[in-house]
Design a protein around this ligand. Structure first.
Ligand SMILES: [Fe+2]
Ligand SMILES: [Fe+2]
Length: 368
């Protein structure tokens, strides 16, 4: 008897261990590697805010007009990129918090930037390191997305624009460092050809990664945003079809569950009430989403190791989603296009994004 109890204890421990989760039965919606990417994205956003605050401080302290102008341009890009990061985080669909060590590092850098221990050159050198860190974080997320799945690649696409700006800023910061360093050490002006070289370096960069620059966030209207969600969930369904690994099935379904729940709720809060008086079948859309929610809950209670049954249920959900999506894109989209101005459609997109973001926060908080 004693031995059996011991085994049970072991089993219990295994079930609590996140890496052994695939062995337990009801579906767990969280996946360790997806959470790790969410944390990295949260780190990026926290550092992006630090970058902006550093640049504001550097502008205040700098008297060189050319350098000030470049820093002003950086701030414009960096603020736009906060919006891009927000879009990516919401599209990604898993929310994370910055690492504690990232927050500590931010406080230390803030102190150094406010203090008088460092020369201007040293402060800009510190800032250039941050941009480097930020570029690497962006590239790393890109690499991880390639490994984790096509749906993650689809979600993080706009990150390319952020990575490009950070790379371009880094090149310019190198030029700024040469000027400040030469002045501080020798009291003299550096070689005049310096800005020309910096421009060449930025141009070379555009040639290399220019095509990776995606359209900017602020152009997106509600139809573009909804379509992005539809494409992403379709990618997830394709991923489900392509695997027979229970752990992968659980991971993809976890993402489908989160994405569809949040997408449907945001449509019901922001889009359906607005479209109701122009589209007579709006009630149908509500009913279909209610059915999909039931299907999601049912699949959540199934065991992914019973592969055929699990996949058959997801396929049934997929068919329901595909027909619902067709109705939205073929019938509801024209009503949106014809009855709302471009400005209104962009405003709706902003609301849609913020409702999704709040719901994702609630989802993440309910698990703590
Ligand atoms: Fe919908
Ligand atoms: Fe939809």
């Amino acid at each position: 008897m004693k031995q059996i109890n011991h085994c049970d204890k072991l089993k219990e421990l295994k079930f609590k261990h996140p890496l052994k989760r695939e062995q337990q039965m009801p579906v767990t919606l969280d996946d360790t590697k997806r959470l790790a990417i969410a944390q990295k994205l949260a780190d990026m956003k926290a550092i992006q805010n630090l970058i902006i605050s550093n640049e504001q401080k550097l502008i205040e302290a700098c008297t060189d007009q050319e350098i000030r102008k470049r820093l002003q341009d950086f701030i414009q890009d960096d603020q736009k990129n906060i919006g891009v990061l927000d879009t990516v985080m919401v599209q990604y669909g898993v929310k994370g918090e910055p690492k504690e060590t990232t927050q500590m590092m931010i406080e230390q850098v803030q102190k150094l930037m406010e203090g008088s221990e460092l020369t201007m050159y040293e402060k800009v050198a510190q800032h250039e390191l941050l941009k480097h860190k930020q570029t690497m974080a962006g590239l790393l997320i890109h690499k991880c997305a390639q490994v984790v799945g096509a749906d993650v690649m689809a979600a993080i696409g706009p990150l390319n624009a952020v990575n490009f700006d950070n790379r371009a800023h880094q090149e310019q910061l190198k030029g700024i460092l040469e000027i400040l360093g030469t002045r501080e050490l020798t009291g003299q002006e550096p070689d005049q050809s310096l800005w020309g070289r910096v421009q060449d370096a930025v141009a070379a960069l555009s040639g290399v990664v220019g095509s990776a620059v995606t359209r900017s966030d602020d152009e997106m209207d509600i139809r573009a945003l909804i379509r992005m969600d539809h494409t992403k969930v379709n990618t997830l369904f394709m991923e489900v079809q392509g695997t027979n690994d229970p752990q992968k099935l659980q991971e993809y379904f976890g993402q489908i569950y989160k994405d569809l729940s949040v997408h449907a709720a945001a449509e019901e809060q922001v889009v359906y009430p607005a479209i109701r008086s122009y589209y007579q079948d709006t009630q149908e859309l509500y009913s279909e989403q209610a059915e999909m929610k039931q299907m999601l809950e049912h699949i959540k209670s199934l065991n992914p190791s019973d592969i055929d049954n699990f996949k058959a249920n997801i396929e049934q959900l997929m068919r329901a989603v595909q027909s619902h999506v067709q109705q939205e894109e073929n019938e509801m989209f024209p009503k949106l296009r014809d009855n709302f101005s471009h400005e209104q459609q962009k405003q709706m997109a902003t609301e849609f994004k913020s409702v999704k973001s709040q719901l994702q926060d609630q989802m993440a908080a309910s698990k703590k």
